[in-house]
Design a protein around this ligand. Structure first.
Ligand code: T1G
Length: 678
């Protein structure tokens, strides 16, 4: 098999080129080719300097993640890079696309780095539950200082070439279309000079000058890092660069890396990396299916959801016509959208010009006829089947043939909605999650008659508007809400049986969720949909509303809240629940956190198994993608189905049976065969 690495001699400069689509991952053949080419260059007297570059869309985008978890194959990248760096011949990294992970480490081991302005560079290993494993944590702080290196290694976001140049990571920006020629010229200009090596010395002493640097960083990033192992390891590794010689620092890095690599968190996060990409593929829709052009989108309803949905398209540069029934509702909706954008601009995440650009693409209207030339119309009206069918019938008459008609419904039957039109092939569900302009998850609900090109267009469009799309079949609650209802059922049941409601919340918090159901209830408002009659108490929520416990906004709900909105469990609420349970004839007992955890999470896994069995999700990893992006399931466990695989499906079955809960045939069969979901 030909090597993905070739070399071209330009007089006295040897260019080493990788051609390993799609992202020049540093797989075994690439590492072997690199090693051979560099050894050849260093031993060839004709060669006075070396340039390393990549064909295709990007410089090396990191180690080949598909090799992880398999027996390691030589050659070892760090050794190759050390040998290259030790050379006196200047080696220049010529960067375009995204130099990530091992790719960034190759660049760091080069003596110089040049990049096109559009390039990005970074060490995203923590997003895979790892840290750099080829000396990145030791070279980067020595090159740019601990302060600049810390976020790059511990948070893992890449930085633009210009920013990289400003911190000394990139030596020069070169022509967008003349990378190789400019890199050769740059390399030639360094021939005969002493070469700089980023492994020399110890990281400039930011860490020591500001001994609190690392603790301050931990405190600042605490919430984001909660539950994850890799960021702390990354901080330790960067700290080591300022405290010990390079060789010892590399050993420390290797030790931290190997510990993470063998842990469940990295396996979970690598699973998620591929799961998110797999979700975009529809098994029975060919990858080359025609994508319908979407130049103009119509949104019906300018409320919270409609406005949020519209913002996704406006921010992606797609024109939106938004329709309301009344002028005041329309004005209110468009002013909320503008305010949201202005708040984003205040946080420095948008310029004023970008706000005007986005709002400039918005056309408010009261007339259905203004939607006639839309390529896609999404309704976000009241969740009532009759209302939806009326809207779709009207759209079917008004909007041009070939346009897609989508519902944002969170659980209604898309097939039934489609019967209100003469174009069921163009009817689809696009279930956005509130706040729609923030939440990444989009459930694409496929009707029985939804066409392949309509589905393919929805998946492509979801990427364009920055969403993570998962295809769901038509069933109540689709994938996410259907599983959520099982957890909610158990949460309510548990407190009726005597579990402390704060234990229910804490079990989910400790597992890694951002908050539990009762805290969430207080945040959203206990009185949503309350009939306002304090004498009519048929649920625990109504019992709380009856005594004015409306949630955080009232200073009290399930919890009591201080001025800083810190929550405290309430004895009054505990008693209200106990009284209500007694009235309902529900026996109360102490319930352990262990039982709470099993009863909250195992029924969700069981429902996920049923969703798979019914074909409502294409694959188990899709369910993981839904829960991580739509409901805050902790990424470091890989999602409900991967987590169930990790603890063992037989453990889940035993737990469900112990608590007298349903075990689906699909789950039981898999458990009995010792199989996993993923
Ligand atoms: N290994 C294997 N496959 C990869 C890959 C990788 N590193 N990166 C991408 N792919 C596949 C991906 O699965 C998809 O496959 C296709 O390439 C296009 O990717 C030693 C230990 C580079 C920004 O974490 O962030 O280096 O679906 O759909 O949106 O210390 O891919 O087409 O079959 O994402 O344009 C560190 C991960 C690894 C970078 C491009 N590197 N990749 O985004 O395309 S650990 C990373 C990305 C490491 C060292 C450590 C993105 C991208 P398919 P895509 P994209």
């Amino acid at each position: 098999m030909t090597s993905p690495i070739r070399t071209e001699l330009h007089d006295d400069v040897l260019v080493v080129i990788s051609d390993n689509p799609p992202v020049n991952a540093l797989g075994q053949a690439v590492r072997q080719g690199l090693k051979d080419a560099i050894e050849g260059a260093l031993g060839d007297d004709r060669v006075k300097a070396v340039v390393i570059r990549c064909d295709g869309r990007t410089f090396f985008a990191g180690a080949d993640i598909t090799e992880f978890g398999k027996p390691p194959q030589g050659p070892n990248l760090p050794e190759t890079l050390d040998a290259m760096e030790a050379s006196d011949k200047p080696v220049v990294a010529a960067i375009h696309g995204t130099a990530l992970g091992g790719g960034c480490e190759v660049a760091l081991a080069c003596h110089y780095r040049v990049a096109v302005p559009s390039a990005k560079i970074g060490l995203p290993e923590v997003k895979l539950g790892l840290i750099p494993g080829a000396a990145g944590t030791q070279r980067l702080p020595r090159l740019v200082g601990a302060e600049a290196a810390l976020p790059m290694v511990a948070i893992g976001n890449p930085i633009a070439a210009k920013k990289a140049q400003s911190i000394g990571l990139i030596d020069a920006l070169v022509g967008e279309d003349s990378l190789e020629a400019d890199a050769i010229a740059f390399a030639r200009s360094k021939i005969g000079q002493d070469v700089p090596r980023s492994s020399e010395g110890t990281a400039n002493q930011d860490g020591v000058k500001n001994p609190d640097l690392f603790d301050e960083f931990r405190t600042r990033q605490g919430r984001k890092m909660r539950g994850f192992d890799a960021p702390n390891a990354a901080i330790e590794a960067v700290k080591a660069a300022g405290e010990m010689p390079y060789a010892e620092g590399v050993k420390k890095e290797r030790e931290l890396f190997m510990k993470l690599m063998s842990g469940t968190q990295s396996a979970a996060m690598r699973h998620y990396f591929f799961a998110e990409r797999a979700a975009n593929k529809i098994d029975d829709v060919p990858a080359d299916t025609e994508i319908l052009p979407i130049k103009k989108v119509g949104i019906i309803g300018a409320g919270t959801m409609g406005g949020g949905i519209a913002m996704n398209f406006l921010s992606a540069g797609i024109a939106v016509t938004i329709l309301e029934m009344k002028q005041d509702a329309l004005d209110r909706g468009t002013s909320v959208m503008r305010k949201n954008y202005e708040n984003t601009a205040k946080r420095g995440r948008m310029t004023g010009e970008q706000v005007e650009q986005a709002m400039g693409l918005l056309t408010p209207t009261l007339e259905y006829d203004d939607l006639a030339d839309c390529d896609l119309v999404i309704e976000a009206v009241f969740e009532n089947m009759d209302v939806k069918k009326e809207v779709f019938a009207k759209l079917d008459e008004t909007v041009k043939q070939g346009a897609i008609l989508a519902s944002n419904t969170s659980y209604l039957d898309i097939d039934e909605i489609a019967t209100a039109t003469k174009r069921p092939g163009y009817v689809i569900g696009l279930h956005f999650f509130s706040p729609a302009n923030i939440m990444k998850l989009l459930e694409v609900v496929r009707g029985a008659k939804t066409r392949g090109d309509v589905l393919a267009t929805a998946m492509k469009l979801s990427k364009k508007i920055g969403k993570v799309a998962v295809v769901s079949g038509v069933c109540p609650g689709f994938i996410g809400n259907r599983m959520l209802s099982k957890r909610q059922e158990q949460a309510n049941q548990l407190i009726m049986e005597g579990a402390n409601y704060w234990d229910v919340d804490d079990v989910l918090l400790e597992f890694g969720f951002p908050m539990g159901p009762f805290q969430m209830g207080d945040l959203a408002g206990i009185d949503i949909g309350w009939h306002r009659d304090p004498t009519k108490v048929t649920t625990i929520r109504e019992a709380l509303c009856a005594v004015g416990r409306f949630g955080q906004k009232a200073g009290k709900g399930f919890y009591d809240y201080d001025e800083a909105r810190q929550r405290t469990p309430s004895d009054e609420v505990k008693q209200i629940i106990a009284d209500f349970a007694a009235r309902e004839g529900s026996e109360q007992r102490d319930i352990s956190k262990g039982e709470i955890k099993e009863r909250l999470l195992y029924p969700m896994v069981n429902e996920g198994a049923k969703i798979l069995d019914e074909g409502m999700a294409q694959r188990a990893s899709d369910i993981d993608v839904v829960w991580i992006n739509g409901y805050g399931w902790p990424l470091f466990t890989g999602g409900p189905m991967f987590w169930a695989d990790t603890i063992g499906l037989s453990t889940v079955v035993e737990g469900l049976e112990k608590h007298g809960l349903e075990v689906s045939d699909y789950l039981r069969n898999k458990a009995e065969k010792g199989e996993t979901f993923n």
